[in-house]
Design a binder for this molecule. Structure first.
Ligand SMILES: [Zn+2]
Length: 233
C-alpha cells in the first residue's frame, strides 16, 4: 500500500498492545519535531514511555478516547486500573486532551486535576510538526467519546472495532447516539481510511473502512428502528 503524501513522511505512528484486556494504545507524533502524544495511556505506562524514549520522541500529551478505566486508568463501578493518565503526568510534562462532554467524568474516574486538562470540542485540531490530528466527537459508548483522524487513519477507541462496535448498555451510553455516530459521522469517512481500534477484538488489529462496510454488521444497519431492536432497546 502506498501512502506517499508529502506530510505523511513526518508522521510517527505506533500501535501498541497493552494490558490484560486486549487494549491498544497509540503513539502519534512528528518525526521532525520529535514530539508525540499517547492515545489512551492506561496500562503499562512505563512501557509506553520507554517505547517513545527509545524512538527519541518526547511525550507532550495524552489523547483520551473516553473515560473508562481500561483507557485512562483509575476506577469506576468497582473496576480499578492502576496507573493511567495520573501516572503519565508524574513522568511527562503532558496535557490530557479530552472532549468537553467527557472531562468531568474523566476527573471523577482518574482524579486528574483541571489544570492538567485541555477540554475540546469536536472538530478541534492538535498539531505536532506537520502532523494534524482531528478530534471527532463520536458519542454513543460514552457521552464524550472521541475518535482521532490523522492522515487516513482513524483511531477509534471503543466506538468502532474490527467487525464490532462499543457497548451501549453501560451507564452513560446512548444507543441512538451510537447509531448517528456510526451512520452519519463515521459514514463520511472515505473507504481508504484505516481503522485502528481501542481493543484487539477482531480477527486482525486493523482494517479499512472499505472492508468494514462489507463485513461489520454494525455499519450495515440503515434504520434507527432496526438498530434499536438489535440493541434490545
Ligand atoms: Zn469503553
Amino acid at each position: 500500500m502506498s501512502m506517499s503524501s508529502e506530510a505523511n513522511s513526518d508522521l510517527y505512528f505506533r500501535q501498541v498492545p497493552v494490558g490484560p484486556m486486549a487494549n491498544f494504545a497509540y503513539l502519534i507524533g512528528s518525526r521532525t519535531t520529535r514530539d508525540c502524544v499517547i492515545v489512551d495511556p492506561a496500562w503499562e505506562v512505563p512501557k509506553l514511555l520507554e517505547l517513545a524514549r527509545a524512538d527519541d520522541m518526547t511525550v507532550t500529551g495524552a489523547l483520551v478516547t473516553h473515560y473508562h478505566p481500561d483507557h485512562v486508568g483509575g476506577g469506576m463501578f468497582g473496576f480499578e486500573v492502576p496507573g493511567g493518565v495520573t501516572e503519565l503526568l508524574t513522568h511527562a510534562n503532558a496535557k490530557i486532551h479530552v472532549n468537553k462532554h467527557e472531562a468531568d467524568g474523566l476527573k471523577q474516574v482518574t482524579g486528574v486535576g483541571e489544570t492538567d486538562l485541555v477540554r475540546h470540542d469536536g472538530g478541534d485540531i492538535i498539531t505536532l510538526g506537520e502532523v494534524a490530528i482531528e478530534l471527532i466527537h463520536t458519542p454513543g459508548h460514552t457521552p464524550g467519546s472521541q475518535c482521532f483522524l490523522v492522515r487516513e487513519r482513524l483511531v477509534a477507541g471503543d466506538t468502532l472495532f474490527v467487525d464490532g462496535c462499543g457497548r451501549v448498555d453501560l451507564p452513560g451510553a446512548d444507543p441512538e447516539a451510537m447509531f448517528r455516530t456510526l451512520s452519519d459521522t463515521l459514514g463520511k469517512l472515505v473507504d481508504d481510511v484505516t481503522l485502528f481500534p481501542g481493543h484487539d477484538y477482531g480477527s486482525k488489529p486493523t482494517s479499512t473502512m472499505r472492508e468494514q462496510r462489507k463485513t461489520n454488521m454494525y455499519l450495515k444497519i440503515r434504520s434507527l428502528s432496526d438498530w434499536m431492536r438489535l440493541m434490545g432497546a
